[in-house]
Design a binder for this molecule. Structure first.
Ligand SMILES: [Zn+2]
Length: 296
């Protein structure tokens, strides 16, 4: 599905990339194969390919139309960027901008870009290369970035973990620094109001500054949660972190808090990388949660 409604807000899905992303063993360090098998049937075939033992991932943006204001949540990986840390995101040439156009928008139409965090696949289309220079892709947009991540990922400040620095090589330089230098931007945290009915909340762990976006309109609710989950398997097993979580204990706590809030408020959850229906409502079950509908 490429179009959703949250009250009066229209949500468009802008796809950049889809494919086999990782084995479960790699994606979920310390996972139990037995516990994975318990729920594997519910995520085959859209989210997991048993023959290759690979989790399927999507890289997608959410474009929210709120009273005619266009807000792009997470800007994927970008084209033509050198990514030695995750080679599948290196030197991409994707139909991202034509998918944006198919949804009815051009880069000039975007009023606000929100990056949930400053990882490789959430800031890429912040910029594109013009005459050898990385320039803002969305020339009329204000870019909203997590203040804590801006400091954490700045290579000159050296706070990120060794693994994080390896994965995020070149990312700050070509996709964040040009925004700080050349674009309207705001560095924000907990409670920042993006637009009517859209408020950012702090969801640390995957990265220290990771934020998620709460949306409320005409009695309907949604949560745009970035990388707080990568796979529906984490709904059943909320204690399973991804290999890319900077602070494991905090990431687990945040995942549980966010799932709890989604279950209590009946919010539609929009992660950055889910396949299948791409968005999900959840309910509490046992020591974890379950999707309310089939996720395929
Ligand atoms: Zn991601």
């Amino acid at each position: 599905m490429d179009k959703f409604r949250v009250g009066d807000i229209v949500v468009h899905r802008i796809e950049e990339w889809a494919g086999e992303f990782s084995s479960p063993q790699f994606l979920f360090p310390g996972y139990s194969d037995e516990a994975f098998r318990l729920h594997a049937a519910q995520i085959v075939p859209d989210h997991y390919h048993p023959a290759s033992n690979m989790i399927v991932g999507f890289v997608q943006s959410w474009l929210l139309d709120v009273d005619g204001q266009r807000i792009l949540v997470d800007s994927c990986s970008g084209d033509g960027k050198s990514r030695p840390g995750i080679p599948i995101f290196s030197d991409l040439q994707t139909p991202y901008l034509s998918n944006l156009e198919k949804a009815g928008f051009c880069p000039e139409d975007i009023d606000i870009v929100v990056c949930s965090h400053l990882h490789i696949d959430h800031v890429g289309w912040n910029t594109r290369q013009v005459d050898g220079q990385w320039l803002p892709t969305f020339p009329n947009a204000k870019y909203i970035l997590p203040k804590v991540d801006r400091t954490y990922w700045d290579p000159l400040q050296g706070h990120a973990s060794e693994g994080g620095r390896y994965v995020n090589q070149n990312v700050f330089e070509d996709s964040v620094q040009p925004i700080l230098d050349l674009a309207r931007h705001e560095l924000v945290g907990e409670g920042h109001v993006v637009a009517r009915g859209l408020t950012l909340a702090s969801g640390p762990g995957h990265t220290p500054g990771h934020m998620y976006l709460r949306a409320e309109s005409a009695g309907d609710r949604a949560m745009f949660i970035g990388d707080i989950m990568h796979s529906p398997m984490q709904i059943y097993h909320p204690d399973w972190n991804s290999a890319f979580c900077e602070d494991g204990a905090t990431a687990r706590q945040t995942r549980r808090t966010v799932l709890q809030e989604a279950a209590e408020t009946h919010a539609l959850v929009f992660p950055a990388h889910f396949a299948g229906r791409h968005a999900v409502r959840v309910a509490e079950e046992g020591t974890g949660f379950r999707p309310l509908l089939d996720v395929q």
